[in-house]
Every structure is written in structure tokens, then in C-alpha cells.
Design a protein around this ligand. Structure first.
Ligand SMILES: [Zn+2]
Length: 215
């Protein structure tokens, strides 16, 4: 199988990367390159869209990106349960973009498997500073250790909260009580409920997820 297998030819007999669905920056003149860049940018962001991952039992277990979900499908590890109406084109064929996939073999998932991350803490706290209770863009929030690290406070779901820079400054190396600040609510430990909640927040724009997350 030679390179010809992956080539598409337009009406005038020329090879066109676009017809093949492959953006190939730099392989064409200036006229073509702009639309190809646009195409590859759109495709790149599409490949990062969230996909809900279900266990073989239909229990929601994770969220992954389209790119990873398609790899799992191509490997035969998962199958699509819900699809978007969009397609991505590989060299040889078009694939519909998955929205929800299901693992074909049951996988045991330990309770604490979801990584503690800045992104997840901000999601849990809905981008709301837990001291002044105002909503901020992620770039204007930091994570605050409720019990400061210098006092043995741990980096855990129970001791980290979303916090604006101003409140973070006010609080400094003190406990909320010492700084005269009050927590909007006690940070919740990671539970199945947190996990569901995070999946709902990530998938709120995609109604195909709803029936698997019960809302
Ligand atoms: Zn604040």
C-alpha cells in the first residue's frame, strides 16, 4: 500500500488535501493555506471537546476528549452510544464525532481515581471565590489552602477552595477565623456525588449526556 491510497483528487485531477480531509499547512500556496489553517484550528478544538465515558454497565465514570474517545473506539475498547452530527475526516474515511462512549468490558474504578486538580476544584466551587462569594473567570482565581500549608494543611479536596486574589491576599498565612473571613461553605470531600456534579458541569451544553447523568 503506497501513499496513493491516502490521496484524494479533485475534478481537475490535482491532489487536494482538503478533499482528503487532511489539513497540510505549508503544502500549498498562500491562497489555500489560510482556509486550511482555519480548518485545522476548528478540527483541533473539536478533537478537544468533552466526551462522557460510561462503564460497560452504563455507569458514568469519566470524561475524556474526542481524540482519546476515538482512539478507544478504533481499538475496539469502547463503542459510541451517542453521536454529534459532525464528522471528522481521516485520510481514508469520515468518522462521526462521539458525544458518549461506553467501554465494552467492565472496568473496576477506585473511588478516589479522579485527580485532584485546579480545574476540578474551580468546577466544584463553580468559579466562585469561597470567601467573597463572587464569580470570577478561572484566570482570576487561585486555590487557597483553608488551613495554611505552614500549619500542616493538606492539598486535598477538603482543604482547597477557589479564592480570588484579593481575598487570598487578605487571608495570607492565616486561618479564615484569624483573618476574619468566613467560608461560603465547607469544601466537600470527593465523592460519587462530586464526580457526577463535575460531569454535569462539564457536559451542560450537551443534552445527550443527560439521561446517563440523571438530570
Ligand atoms: Zn474573594
Amino acid at each position: 500500500m503506497g501513499a496513493n491510497r491516502h490521496m484524494s483528487v479533485d475534478s481537475r485531477g490535482r491532489y487536494t488535501p482538503e478533499a482528503a480531509g487532511e489539513a497540510m499547512p505549508g503544502s500549498e500556496g498562500p491562497a489555500g493555506s489560510r482556509s486550511h489553517n482555519l480548518l485545522s484550528t476548528r478540527r483541533a478544538s473539536l478533537m478537544q471537546e468533552p466526551v462522557l465515558v460510561l462503564n460497560a454497565t452504563y455507569e458514568p465514570i469519566n470524561v475524556t476528549a474526542v481524540r482519546r474517545a476515538m482512539v478507544l473506539m478504533l481499538k475496539g475498547v469502547a463503542q459510541a452510544e451517542e453521536m454529534h452530527n459532525t464528522e471528522v475526516h481521516s485520510a481514508a474515511q469520515a468518522h462521526r464525532v462521539p458525544s458518549v462512549i461506553r467501554l465494552l468490558a467492565y472496568r473496576h474504578i477506585p473511588q478516589q481515581s479522579r485527580a485532584l486538580s485546579r480545574k476540578n476544584i474551580l468546577l466544584r466551587d463553580r468559579n466562585t471565590c469561597q470567601f467573597c462569594v463572587r464569580v470570577f473567570p478561572s484566570s482570576e482565581l487561585t486555590l487557597d489552602h483553608v488551613v495554611p500549608r505552614s500549619r500542616g494543611g493538606r492539598s486535598s479536596w477538603e482543604n482547597l477552595v477557589a479564592c480570588c486574589y484579593r481575598c487570598n491576599n487578605t487571608k495570607g498565612d492565616r486561618t479564615p477565623e484569624e483573618a476574619g473571613l468566613k467560608l461560603a461553605r465547607r469544601p466537600r470531600p470527593f465523592t460519587l456525588h462530586t464526580s457526577r456534579q463535575l460531569m454535569r458541569l462539564i457536559g451542560h451544553r450537551d443534552e445527550r449526556w443527560r439521561k446517563y447523568l440523571f438530570y
